[in-house]
Design a binder for this molecule. Structure first.
Ligand SMILES: [Zn+2]
Ligand SMILES: [Zn+2]
Length: 139
């Protein structure tokens, strides 16, 4: 998420919005709008959820952040707008980045006339924390 994109988004940098941007900068946790709201609330107790949500929507429309729909329970936001892939824990829904350029080939007859411009791969599994908890339960 760079400052240029934020400028282009025409966002007035109010203290509340700056707090949202600060929270998202270098955040690798792919937080939901609720997570962001809760974190910001400590500093801005009067901030409304709508302000947080609308700011996220504007940033997303301008391409400054990505919206991830891989968690069916809630939308998650990714402050890194560049294409990358994700590792998802099936139990706690932790999402981690994978920065590998996979060269995937779609045969012409499977493209249905599409010009392919990108891909997003989701790898599912169990994170180390959940694996530890699970092994604790068994003993
Ligand atoms: Zn987990
Ligand atoms: Zn990501």
């Amino acid at each position: 998420m760079d400052r240029q994109k934020i400028k282009e988004a025409g966002l007035k940098l109010t203290p509340q919005r700056l707090a949202i941007l600060d929270y998202l900068r270098d955040n690798l946790e792919h937080p939901s709008a609720e997570d962001i709201y809760k974190a910001i609330l400590e500093r801005f107790p009067t901030m409304s959820f709508a302000t947080v949500y609308n700011t996220l929507e504007t940033l997303r429309e301008k391409g400054a952040i990505q919206e991830l729909t891989i968690d069916p329970q809630k939308k998650r936001f990714d402050p890194n707008p560049r294409p990358h892939h994700h590792l998802i824990c099936n139990r706690c829904k932790k999402i981690l980045d994978i920065h590998i350029d996979y060269q995937l080939h779609v045969p012409e007859e499977k493209k249905n006339g599409f010009e392919i411009v990108g891909n997003h791969i989701e790898f599912y599994g169990i994170c180390p924390g959940c694996r530890l908890k699970m092994s604790g339960m068994q003993s």
